[in-house]
Write a protein that binds this ligand. Structure first.
Ligand code: GLA
Length: 379
């Protein structure tokens, strides 16, 4: 199946903005193979805004900027494919991209054909400079059809920032992932706000179409296009961000520089346990089971193998207990069952708990626990 689980890859925007080139993409593809990202499941190398010349060519087609892409786009696609990876490109539903470059309004079918000829596997389709009198849903439906008619299987990544409740209609018009919020920046408040805003909108995640909470900021440490040097994130905060994205089953598009990231950030992005949660084949959304006093939500997520993942997040600025009463997950004391709990990050086996579980979490951190049903008292 196409996009049977949340798509994974890399996108140029968060770190590089318009400072992109064939060289950058090819080096990124190399790094994705050499540093283990490909083996971990990251598959798409996506070029964001800034790749085209300011005017279409005489034949009406989009033209890659020859200074940035001297051998054209097909050569880039061929290189990325030779590494066993897939190539993504960017256009926009409006008359110009967000950087003011030509885009696909009224050119959907010819642009889709061009992308197919170049060997594109993924289209991110933005929403800047969209005519007031035009209809958003219609524009995305048209590009969806144009991609279907292009002769190549191209993953459709819609990006209209969560306007007009896309969770209600993007799946039915053939989109594979849709941005549900405005742009992420490299701060704690940004990723926290995005995640909190999407808790009510995750239930339509299912094989074939996913709620995209925007590219990852892991490992940016205040640098790059959406970096914020004044509000640098700590490693622990990056861990909370990545855990949220995986736990919520959103696409995982790396926004940091994979050529340079090492140490904590790289290990986090390659964390097999977290990726396995994101990629769970049943794609169920987490179910909110507690938020006592606010700002410390607790969820349970049913997994394909019959186990559960408990997610506990302390969004407070001070150490707090996060309370999970099992009855809120359908497990009253009278059931005779408790939960056998293991900490996913440390591997520590906590043991069988009954009635409730209330670990204490440092500020801005999270805990994920794997749990299975266990008769109580444990034998
Ligand atoms: C919008 C999108 C971003 C990025 C930029 C490019 O802001 O939401 O993800 O694609 O445009 O200009």
């Amino acid at each position: 199946m196409f996009a049977g689980t949340p798509p994974m890859g890399f996108n140029t925007w968060n770190t590089f903005g318009g400072d992109i080139s064939a060289k950058l993409l090819c080096e990124t593809a190399d790094a994705m193979v050499e540093k283990g990202y490909k083996d971990a499941g990251y598959e798409y190398v996506v070029l964001d805004d800034g790749w085209m010349l300011p005017q279409r060519g005489a034949d009406g087609r989009l033209v890659p900027n020859p200074e940035k892409f001297p051998d054209g786009m097909k050569a880039v696609a061929d290189y990325i494919h030779s590494k066993g990876l897939k190539f993504g490109i960017y256009s926009c539903a409006g008359v110009r991209t967000c950087m003011g470059l030509p885009s696909s309004f009224g050119h959907e079918f010819e642009d889709a054909r061009t992308f197919a000829e170049w060997g594109v596997d993924f289209l991110k389709y933005d929403f800047c400079n969209f005519p007031e009198t035009a209809d958003c849903k219609q524009a995305y439906h048209t590009m969806s059809m144009a991609l279907k008619a292009s002769g190549r299987r191209i993953l459709f990544s819609a990006c209209q920032w969560g306007k007009y409740e896309p969770w209600n209609w993007m799946r039915s018009i053939g989109v594979h992932m849709y941005r549900s919020t405005y742009d992420i920046i490299d701060t704690y408040q940004s990723f926290k706000g995005i995640a909190e805003s999407q808790v009510p909108n995750l239930q339509t995640n299912a094989p074939g179409c996913f709620n995209d909470m925007d590219m990852l900021i892991v490992g940016m440490y205040g640098n790059g296009n959406v970096g914020d040097a004044e509000n640098k994130l700590s490693d622990e905060e990056y861990r909370t961000h990545f855990a949220l994205w995986c736990y919520f089953g959103t696409p995982l598009m790396i926004g940091g520089d994979v050529r340079k990231m090492d140490g904590f950030a790289k290990d986090l992005l390659l964390n097999k346990d977290l990726i396995a949660i994101d990629q769970d084949e049943e794609c169920r959304d987490p179910y909110l089971v507690g938020n006592a006093g606010g700002n410390r939500p607790v969820f349970i997520r049913h997994m394909a193998d019959g186990s559960f993942v408990i997610g506990m997040f302390n969004f407070r600025d001070y150490r707090s207990g996060t309370l999970f009463i099992f009855n809120d997950a359908g497990l009253p004391t009278s059931s005779g069952y408790g939960l056998d709990i293991t900490d996913i990050f440390t591997g520590e086996h906590i043991g069988v708990k009954q009635d409730y579980f209330m670990p204490s979490l440092e500020p801005h951190t999270c805990k994920l626990y794997r749990a299975t049903l266990a008769p109580y008292p444990a034998k």
